[in-house]
Ligand binder design. Structure first.
Ligand SMILES: Nc1ncnc2c1ncn2[C@@H]1O[C@H](COP(=O)(O)OP(=O)(O)O)[C@@H](O)[C@H]1O
Ligand SMILES: [Mg+2]
Length: 263
């Protein structure tokens, strides 16, 4: 039986590369022979759109078999798993109704731990090597649920002035969550959408390296239009264009993550 490791991708800044990173790290892990379950925790449905057509994603979102209904009914998520077109890679789809998830959680007993409970049977079954959860760009009770259900958290950060702004808040929030989820470990920051030729990128890198107590992953994901073409084709870039720069970088990142997790 496998020991399943749950990793979430969070940053309250939108557009920092959470969904792109979650989908591609997951797809790269699956390509490396691992069994991976992706959980789409965002009402924007971007993780689901990385694997299925708009039509299919909207159909799953409008139905009953998605994360919103599972959380509302505190159901075992096993029944909500769908297979992606790729071997070893499954998904729990989201819903646009996730916009009212905070309200849904508000009246519940031990409301920070609902997602953890819903994932319990899947973890105990040991079917998956990794569960990867894509978080929305917020820092409320739902993201708290995502963090409490996770063993590790990875923070994708865009190498831009506004990408850096608010990072301290994010890490303060993680410290708060650790008080109720002491086992949660911060894997670190991964820089995304980097233009390594720019002087600004070099400055960002130095700033992040100097931040106290924050680990920066070695892998850097550079800007690459292949990512947009892949998303347009409802596929992760590691499958859509294996020869692309970003496919190679995401494969390296997945290896780095698996290596750090196993230490
Ligand atoms: N390395 C990259 N190169 C080019 N565009 C990227 C890259 N990573 C992400 N993007 C684009 O940036 C936007 C935001 O990325 P996304 O993963 O959706 O961020 P988040 O989930 O944090 O909001 C998307 O439109 C995506 O296509
Ligand atoms: Mg997203």
């Amino acid at each position: 039986m496998k020991k399943t490791v749950t990793i979430c991708f969070t940053n309250n800044k939108g557009g920092s590369g959470k969904s792109t990173t979650c989908s591609n790290v997951g797809a790269a892990m699956a390509r490396a022979g691992k069994k991976v379950l992706l959980v789409d925790g965002d009402m924007q449905l971007n993780l689901s759109l990385s694997f299925f057509s708009e039509e299919k994603v909207l159909e799953m979102a409008a139905g009953e078999m998605n994360l919103y209904h599972a959380i509302g009914g505190q159901k075992d998520l096993t029944d909500y798993i769908v297979h992606t077109p790729y071997e070893g890679l499954d998904l729990i789809p989201s819903s646009t109704q996730m916009s009212s998830i905070e309200y849904e959680l508000f009246t519940k007993w031990q409301r920070e731990f609902i997602l953890k409970k819903c994932l319990q049977k899947i973890k105990a079954a040991g079917t998956y090597d990794y569960i990867l959860i894509d978080a929305p760009p917020t820092l409320g009770g739902w993201v708290m649920n995502i963090l409490c259900a996770s063993d590790r958290v990875l923070v994708p950060v865009e190498a831009s002035p506004w990408g850096m702004f608010g990072l301290a808040n994010m890490f303060d929030f993680l410290d708060e969550v650790k008080e109720i989820a002491p086992e949660l470990q911060v894997l670190g920051i991964v820089i995304t959408k980097a233009d390594t030729r720019k002087a600004y990128f070099k400055q960002t890198l130095e700033t992040l390296k100097d931040m106290d107590g924050i680990r920066l992953l070695d892998s850097v994901i550079r800007v690459d239009s292949s990512i947009e073409w892949a998303q347009d084709a409802s596929a992760p870039v590691v499958e859509f264009k294996k020869s692309s720069r970003s496919a190679k970088e995401y494969t390296e990142l997945a290896e780095e993550v698996m290596d750090r997790v196993s230490r």
